[in-house]
Each structure stands twice: as structure tokens, then as C-alpha cells.
Design a protein around this ligand. Sequence first.
Ligand SMILES: [Zn+2]
Length: 257
Amino acid sequence: MSESPDLPEKTEPTGTTPGGGAAALPEPFPSDWTRCLVLVAHPDDPEYGMSAAVARWTAEGRSVVYVLASSGEAGIEGMSPAIAGPIREEEQRRSSAVVGVDEVEFLGFPDSRIVNNAALRDAIADAIRRHRPDIVVSLYSGPEFGPGMPNQSDHMEFGAAVGAAYDDLVAAVGVDAAEGRPQMWFESAPGPTHYVEVTGFVEPAVEALAQHSEYLSVLDPATPVREQARRQVEAVCAPIEGIAGGNPVVGFRRMRP
Ligand SMILES: [Zn+2]
């Protein structure tokens, strides 16, 4: 569901481990790929976490497709799902276009009631087979973004389904990449293993999130939509000390292989 913002501010990925040693710094995101499939639960999920990176990727000539489990129809308080669903789909299409994503699909699973079941896994596997991505990127599926910041059930169930579908597909195809299985799976997640420097792409990401204007204006009526968008995107793209020369970055966690 989307009654609250999907991603709180970026949590610091670095610092010290429980043993006192320094955690490893994230590495630059791989560049040896051309096709990316972004799989998420709801409209606005890409914009809350990763669209600055997507803007860079499409500017570099890479292909990015969005596939969303739901239409976010339960996400606008006081609005019936039948009305909210089409509005949110339209906002997502506008938002995607801002960062160069022209292909957006909605799988029709129920917002706020997403379950990692066979139907969902099949639909995800089908999307991967149809789009033949080199890499798959999805939203964080862990239990909490940080202490006291629990993740949403939809995100956790969906992420688990992505992992299961990915593993099944790889097991079915084997290690031979001739059939076009994805080579990697990343989550847009706290504690990243990889980063994309997004200098010059923060503004398009703000613009993209601001396209969710109906949603954001109900979520926080007191704060102008663009200001909400800017706060969120700048928090997510905050520089990480020691990498990218202090420039804005988006972090990802490598899940497979
Ligand atoms: Zn969401």
C-alpha cells in the first residue's frame, strides 16, 4: 500500500560493523549491460528510490522498462480504488516518461494485498521472459529500512517473489546465457553494495516524483508537491562519504548472482 511514503531517507550504508571494523564502501554499478527491467509493487516506487539512476541509464542509451505489480489503487486516502487506479497509472506513465522510460506495464495485483504466491511469481517470470533484460532491479524487500522504519508488506512479499522467480528462471535455463536470462539482480536498498553517480540527474528525478501530484497532494496537503519530491529525492541521492567525489549517488544492493 502507499499511504505512507515508500522509502524513508537513505540510511547510512557505511560506518562500522559490530566488530568495529569499517564496512566496505559500495562499488560503481556495473556498466556492461544494455537492457534493464525494473520490477516494483506500486506506482511511485521507482521515483522514491531510484529514478535518478534510471535517468542516467536512459541518457546513456540503455533500455529501461517498468513493470508494476499493482496500480496503487488503494493509495489515495478518501478516493475509491476504481477512480484512484487509473489516476495513479497515468501519473506513473508521465513520471516514467520524464526519465526516459516509455514502456510501463501494470500486472493488476491488488494494492496493499500483494502476496508472494504462484500467480505473482509466474507473472514476474513471464515479464522477465518477455523483456529479456540483462539486469533486473527491484525495490528493497528487507524487513526494515533502519531501526524503527519498517518496510511495507507489499514490498517484502513482492521482493521475495522476484527472488524466487529469478532463481526458478536461472535454474530452468541453466548457466548458459544463450536464452537471455538476466545476469544480475539488484535491489534499490539501504546498505548498498553498488552505487550510480547521478550528477545532473537529480532534477529529472525530482520532476519525475512530482508527477505523482494527486497522490502526493493527498499524502501531505500542507507541503507543495514539488517540495515533497525534492526533499525525498535529495535524501535518497545524498552523497556517501568516500565515493564518487562527494557527488550525489543512488545505492543498490546486489542480490544475484
Ligand atoms: Zn510501494
